[in-house]
Write a protein that binds this ligand. Structure first.
Ligand SMILES: Nc1ncnc2c1ncn2[C@@H]1O[C@H](COP(=O)(O)OP(=O)(O)O)[C@@H](O)[C@H]1O
Ligand SMILES: [Mg+2]
Length: 283
């Protein structure tokens, strides 16, 4: 029996409704800063790298905090303008609004922030029952991307729905790692997840690199062992710049400003600038 619909024009693919944010002219590279483990320097790297890119490399940067602990806002509370909307609400009830409409500026002219909040934990739970739950953040920055050069996603320390959304929305992932065995094992877990996401959900996701952070030079033997392990397993991915443990980072976070605003001559400030230059070369 011949069914008669072959030649009829197909008219059932509705056009996506227009977003309320007008498109810009940029094409942001979206970089997820992720690791399975907490305390390895994700937030510090996101803030210090984002601030370096905006301050010294003329990049328009948006930092999005996907962690319910809201550490980005805590670390930048002395420089973030008030008045941000709720990312959790957008994740729970997507409308035509975009993250770019509810983010706020900072004292650094080219640096904007979408702070996190405790509500993200609730949003993460609600996401689990949604069809297409992995794609929500990607849709929420679809037009936002056209207003920035670089968007950095500070991911939570697990492989839950928010990190999954971050990795699906991202073009690249940057993995901070401490010179400690548990952090190295976390790298393996994360890279395995990246491989699965690349196959199933986001074929363009690449690994920008691994960066060693909070390297305390008093532990030279342990540092060398861990570095050897990283080189042996993922040598090609290891960033040529490492970030030393520097008390200026902690002092900057106590003041609520980025390391470059706190002390541009601090060792970690210079190292995060070198990391920014390396990132620009890679993207
Ligand atoms: N280079 C560094 N030197 C000194 N302290 C650091 C450095 N990087 C991070 N820290 C500190 O280590 C702790 C964990 O860093 P954080 O960036 O919050 O990690 P994560 O986001 O992975 O949980 C914070 O207290 C932070 O101040
Ligand atoms: Mg953090």
């Amino acid at each position: 029996m011949r069914l008669g619909f072959a030649s009829a024009p197909i008219a059932f693919a509705p056009k996506k409704p227009a977003k309320s944010l007008a498109p810009g002219e940029k094409h942001a590279r979206v970089i997820a800063v992720a690791a399975q483990k907490g305390g390895v320097g994700k937030t510090t790297t996101t803030v210090s790298l984002g601030a370096a890119l905006a301050r010294y490399y003329d990049k328009k940067v948006l930092i999005i905090d996907l962690d319910a602990q809201s550490h980005v806002e805590l670390a930048m509370r002395g420089m973030v303008n008030a008045g941000a909307g709720s990312l959790a609400e957008l994740l729970e009830e997507p409308t035509m609004m975009e993250v770019g409409e509810i983010a706020v500026g900072t004292k650094v002219p080219l640096l904007d922030v979408m702070p996190g909040s405790q509500d993200l934990a609730r949003a993460e739970n609600r996401l689990s029952t949604r069809i297409g739950k992995e794609l929500v953040l990607r849709d929420l920055i679809d037009v936002t991307r056209t207003h920035y050069d670089i968007i950095l996603l500070d991911c939570p320390p697990n492989l839950g729905n928010l990190t999954l959304n971050g990795l699906v929305a991202a073009d690249s992932v940057l993995v901070p790692c401490n010179p400690a065995m548990l952090a190295v094992s976390g790298v393996e877990g994360l890279l395995g997840a990246v491989e699965q996401i690349r196959k199933a959900l986001n074929p363009r996701l690449d690994v920008l690199g691994l960066v060693l952070t909070r390297v305390d030079q008093r532990n030279a033997a342990t540092n060398a062992l861990i570095t050897d392990m990283l080189v042996e397993n993922w040598g090609g991915l290891l960033a040529p710049v490492q970030i030393n443990a520097d008390v200026a980072i902690q002092k900057a976070q106590i003041e609520g400003v980025d390391i470059h605003g706190f002390d541009a001559h601090a060792r970690a400030a210079k190292q995060y600038c070198e990391l920014a230059e390396w990132v620009i070369g890679r993207v």
